[in-house]
Design a protein around this ligand. Structure first.
Ligand code: GDP
Length: 389
């Protein structure tokens, strides 16, 4: 499906950069246009793939291109003030050609955390197409302010979008990696998971259009009714160690052992994708809807395998709304399965985030009150001295 991507803030911009790179690599065609919005000039300059003309600086009058710190209320305010400038950039793209908008933002910072929900509300008023969010949660060790920002942004963003896809940085960290290396790797993971999902259904891909190919309406219908969505992904290199023997056997004997092998492979990939690391860990049983997409060389995408995987997911979620299909990617040596779970409600990570945020807010309020009191007593001379004016 064709997306207008809007990267908000530093994380949002960098992830959109990664989406563009991934889209070009697989020849996916899901990035119809890409815009980056930030209140910090240096972050906009640091981007590599978002066209320069599509980089929008907001809040110049207030923060002079220096960013909003981690103040997401200020991020929301400057976005409200400068939303027309973002709209001008969107006006330059062919918005009627996009199937949906996707606003990407790190939820723990200031600009994206505050600005993304404001932009979502604005786009919902102007366009008929769905507006989705991709919200990135901060790692738990980033500290109270990031957690508080993320919890407040989450609450607002999820209300304004048609679906909030969530990626949790905490689950995807690796020990011993520098922050920059870590984000580079994580951003590629984000681009691959969500990119493959959105690239599915872009017909005309090398003319290998399978009968059961996923189309954009299936993605839209799965994400439809709002709430939170998470994505799982598993892949496997296709073994062709016998120097093409498997392919020749396959063409000579369509119902041969390969058929059974690809069925088993696909169903187990669906299980691995669902039960492995999700972009936002949750109780799979709480999902309201789901979509299973099988990706890889067309000859490996066997219908029976996808159908069995789909049925398995129905059993696992108890949902009657599990869709399935494939996304043929010729010339790839990997078979994969993407599982989109939508309308998930049992998400311990969000509950924890909210609890930590509430505690952080109470502590901040208490510290503020005692600091006010202490300051008052510092300057108080019991009426012995008068201020100058
Ligand atoms: P903003 O520019 O004010 O919107 O804030 P940032 O985007 O810099 O940071 C917000 C949060 O996003 C941080 O707390 C991190 O959790 C996360 N973050 C920052 N950069 C990246 C990145 O490149 N990739 C990912 N996955 N997360 C990031």
């Amino acid at each position: 499906m064709k997306l207008a991507l809007i990267g908000f803030g530093q994380a949002g911009g960098k992830v959109v950069d990664s989406f563009i790179e991934f889209d070009e690599r697989i020849g996916g065609g899901f990035v119809e246009s890409a815009i980056a919005v930030n209140s910090a000039t240096t972050d906009l300059h640091g981007l590599e793939n978002v066209p320069r003309a599509n980089r929008v600086l907001v809040g110049q009058a207030r923060v002079k291109g220096h960013g909003v710190g981690a103040d997401n209320e200020l991020g929301a305010q400057v976005t409200e003030q400068d939303v027309d400038e973002i709209q001008e950039a969107i006006d330059r793209i062919a918005a009627y050609e996009v199937d949906a908008f996707l606003i990407v933002a790190g939820m723990g910072g200031g600009t994206g955390s505050g600005g993304a929900p404001v932009l979502a509300e604005h786009l919902q008023r102007i366009y008929n197409q769905p507006v989705y969010g991709l919200g990135i949660l901060p790692a738990t060790d980033e500290g109270g302010i990031y957690t508080l920002n993320a919890a407040r942004s989450f609450q607002t963003f999820v209300r304004e979008v048609d679906s909030l896809l969530v990626f949790d940085n905490d689950v995807w960290r690796s020990a011993g990696e520098s922050v920059a290396d870590g984000y580079g790797r994580i951003n590629r993971e984000i681009a691959e998971r969500f990119g493959l999902l959105f690239a599915a259904g872009e017909v005309g891909h090398d003319d290998h259009v399978a009968e059961s190919v996923v189309d954009s309406s299936e993605i839209i219908n799965t994400l439809n009714d709002g709430g939170v969505a998470t994505v799982g992904y598993a892949r496997e290199t296709v073994e062709d160690t016998q120097g093409g023997l498997l392919s020749s056997l396959r063409s000579g004997d369509e119902e041969g052992f390969d058929e059974g092998q690809s069925t088993t492979r696909l169903t187990s990939l669906v299980r691995k994708a669902t039960l492995g690391r999700l972009t936002l860990p949750c109780d799979v049983g709480s999902a309201e809807r789901g979509l299973v997409v099988a990706t890889g060389p067309p000859e490996e995408l066997n219908r029976k395998g996808i159908e069995r995987g789909r049925q398995w997911l129905e059993g696992e979620t108890g949902s009657m709304e599990i869709r399935g299909g494939d996304f043929p990617l010729p010339h790839r040596d990997e078979v994969g399965s993407i599982v989109l779970l939508s309308g998930v409600t049992d998400v311990p990570r969000i509950e924890k985030l909210q609890q930590v945020a509430i505690d952080a807010k109470h502590r901040t309020d208490e510290l503020q009150a005692s600091a006010d009191e202490e300051f008052a007593s510092l300057v108080d001379t019991g009426g012995e001295l008068d201020a100058l004016f």
